[in-house]
Design a protein around this ligand. Structure first.
Ligand SMILES: NC(=O)c1ccc[n+]([C@@H]2O[C@H](COP(=O)([O-])OP(=O)(O)OC[C@H]3O[C@@H](n4cnc5c(N)ncnc54)[C@H](O)[C@@H]3O)[C@@H](O)[C@H]2O)c1
Length: 340
């Protein structure tokens, strides 16, 4: 690791906490900034249990310039991994202003504070959603951003543009735009994992919450898509692989400019395959029924993940079985997430 002190915005969240563990394990000093709007401070104790080190924690908001300035003055931060943001696609159509405020204005304020502090290395959590609804699969980084179908996706595309313009204006900035596909799984210790508040929006936590008895059955939205079994296909990758992708990106960010990478496995798995795989690996039955398609869901997409392998030396290596086993290890040990 070339960058020693790393600020992780949204570091108490799902992907941020796993990335914090990997960074600490590799010898970086980690500062977590989080307003805990979608996470729980207990995660810091769990990171401590796993790594033996408790990250510095600042409870604060990326929109709070005063808080950011104080933090940059207090810690000698070399680089920033920026996870903080709102991420529920459906919710973003109901409260779009909150999404633009948090995701776009929040990033803008963060970048202003970084520039003022002379910190110009940033890794940003983007999403496969920026390829838009009409993009052919597999998605490859050379394709232009497409037509996004909801304010969440549009906010990610806007931030990508904001960061691209910033890098053009000042060659000292080095930015990685990491386009995640579908992270699932948990740290193999079962101490940290995905802990959605309320009804999960994503498939994997829904499956595991049904399995643990927290929800009655899984609704599978649509079984008449033009896929092999009629259900949607996505590119699921282990959250530990995704975390490692951030370390790889950070290690390669020294030459200025914007660098875009897909982080996915390169293949799609259908909803039914996911359910069957979970049942096979855990031996726990997941009752399900089919429901109408959900508006805005695309039939199938997956990554061309070759650029990250070639340039970052990163490749998703954990198997679907490991993703299922680690998800179940976390969920069964923490039926109510961090609230136990
Ligand atoms: N999980 C996915 O499937 C996925 C896919 C693509 C992209 N992403 C992006 O990756 C990032 C992390 O996702 P995640 O799944 O870990 O989500 P998460 O909600 O678990 O983590 C985000 C964290 O940011 C914090 N936060 C939100 N707004 C904040 C603010 N204004 N100031 C300070 N903290 C704030 C939340 O409390 C939370 O802890 C998000 O930007 C998300 O859009 C996630």
């Amino acid at each position: 690791m070339s960058k020693n002190t790393v600020l992780i915005t949204g570091g108490a969240g799902y992907i941020g906490s796993h990335t914090a563990v990997q960074l600490i394990t590799q010898g970086s000093k980690v500062i977590v900034l989080d307003n805990l709007c979608n996470s729980n401070a207990e995660v810091l104790n769990r990171i401590h249990s796993i790594t033996g080190i408790r990250p510095e924690f600042v409870k604060g908001d990326i929109l709070d310039r005063g808080c950011l300035d104080k933090m940059f003055a207090k810690y000698s931060i070399d680089s920033v991994i920026h996870f903080a943001g709102l991420k529920a696609v459906g919710e973003s159509t109901q409260i779009p202003l909150a999404y633009y405020q948090n995701n776009v204005t929040g990033t803008l304020v963060l970048c202003e504070a970084m520039a003022a502090a002379g910190v110009k290395t940033l890794v940003f959590s983007s999403s496969a959603t920026v390829y838009g609804e009409d993009a052919p699969v597999p998605y490859i980084e050379t394709m232009p951003r497409g037509k996004t179908s909801n304010p969440y996706g549009t906010s990610k595309a806007m931030v990508e543009q904001l960061l691209t313009d910033l890098c053009k204006s000042d060659p000292e900035w080095s930015v990685a735009l990491l386009r995640y596909f579908n992270p699932i799984g948990a740290h193999p210790s079962g101490l940290i994992g995905e802990d959605p508040k309320g009804i999960p929006n994503n498939l994997m936590p829904f499956i595991s919450q049904v399995a643990v008895g927290k929800r009655k059955e899984l609704s599978i939205f649509g079984n008449d898509y033009p896929t092999d079994d009629g259900t949607c296909e996505r590119d699921y990758l282990h959250v530990m692989d995704l975390a490692d992708g951030h370390l790889a990106a950070l290690g390669c960010l020294s030459d200025g400019g914007v660098h875009i990478y897909n982080l996915g496995t390169g293949s799609g798995t259908s909803v039914l395959e996911m359910v069957n795989s979970f049942q096979d690996v855990t031996g726990v039955e997941v009752p399900y029924s089919f429901a109408p398609r959900r508006e805005g869901d695309l039939p199938a997409f997956w990554a061309d993940a070759s650029k990250a392998e070639k340039e970052l030396g990163w490749k998703a290596s954990r198997t679907l079985d490991e993703m299922m086993a680690d998800t179940w290890n976390w969920q069964s040990k923490n039926p109510n997430g961090y609230d136990d």
